[in-house]
Design a binder for this molecule. Sequence first.
Ligand code: PLP
Length: 408
Amino acid sequence: MTKNEKQLKWVKNNFQHKNFKDNDLKNFDKENVREILNFQKTHPSYTHTPLYSLAHLADHLQISILMAKDESQRFGLNAFKVLGGIYAMAKYIANQLGEEIEDLSFEKLKDPSVKERLGDVTFISATDGNHGRGVAWAARELGFKSVIYMPKGSSAQRLEAIRNEGALAEIQDVNYDDTVRICARLAEKNGWVMVQDTAWEGYEEIPLWIMQGYSSIAYEIVEQWNETTDLPPTHLFLQAGVGSFAAGIAGYFLKIYGEQAPKIVIVEPDQADCFYQSFITDNGERTFVSGLMATEMAGLACGEPNTEAFKLLRGSAAGVLSCDDSIATTGMRVYGNPLKSDPRVISGESGSVTLGAVYYLKKFMKNHSITAELELNDESRVLVINTEGDTDEENYRKIVWDGFLPVQ
Ligand SMILES: Cc1ncc(COP(=O)(O)O)c(C=O)c1O
């Protein structure tokens, strides 16, 4: 194995297109997602995030188009995650009230009469940072309580940000997947509402709403992309922890573009590459990664794929890139130091790995069979999403200023 092959590994998904039906995408149709976006837009701090053309970088890497959606600018929360939590919590409340989400706005949900009808509700969630901050934020805005648990090794700044939203937040002594189990038990014991961004057998409804909440990013992208070019993207690189984000975005693109849909490439940290391991095992089932999953990409440090996201991605993704941390740190530096008039993007560890992977493939593995198999060439129209900004500012500076974890 060469040095480059150790840094970035690829597995093709042999289950792509097998038993995959349009029905699997029923939750991501345009009308549905537009309605969700319309609800999210009722929040006064909603703005759509920019889709940047990194034209000079595309030239440099010899690809046709390179676009980056910048979710660090979402709701002032430095990450995309709140889109899922806010929609799922609203949908839960709407169901409890016996109302339709399209008849509700964020303002209406804040009305004291809603709390009177529902009583005290406590929302609970496990998080590496971004999702929990979104849940805590939405709970505070709506006047409810939240309890947020984080896995061992979580960043003190991310914990503080969640506490600042009024949540009872603590770091546990176990990994992400075990933290989820602790929260599920507490929810059951105390009658709290679990708002988790991953699904397992018997817990699918709220995670589906969360995935649908993320799809509105894809809705925005398609509108913005179409303003620039008539040709759809050829490649969509999506980072995955449990895979809810990747499935929410991929689901919408597959639904909208059908046969013309871009190649979906999942990108994971090599210390938490549960999709990679599942596709290597190649029996169509999920394979788990356990242990502490020490990676700089805290948002992606999850070892058990969301059951529903896995089904969707197993049927549709081209494969997975499993990346060393230095791929993500390189992505942060490239985003932060643009070429010529390309815009500068502040990207955190989990946000940058997709651009880092594209850069690494074109720069260091240009003639490698992986790049050839991905058909990443001068006709490619590549789309990446920066899913977070500098959610850990100290680490951001250590990486971008001090050159921590250089590319090998
Ligand atoms: C910044 C960031 N990007 C991507 C993801 C991946 O999302 P998912 O766990 O749904 O795969 C996360 C998850 O927390 C995240 O925080």
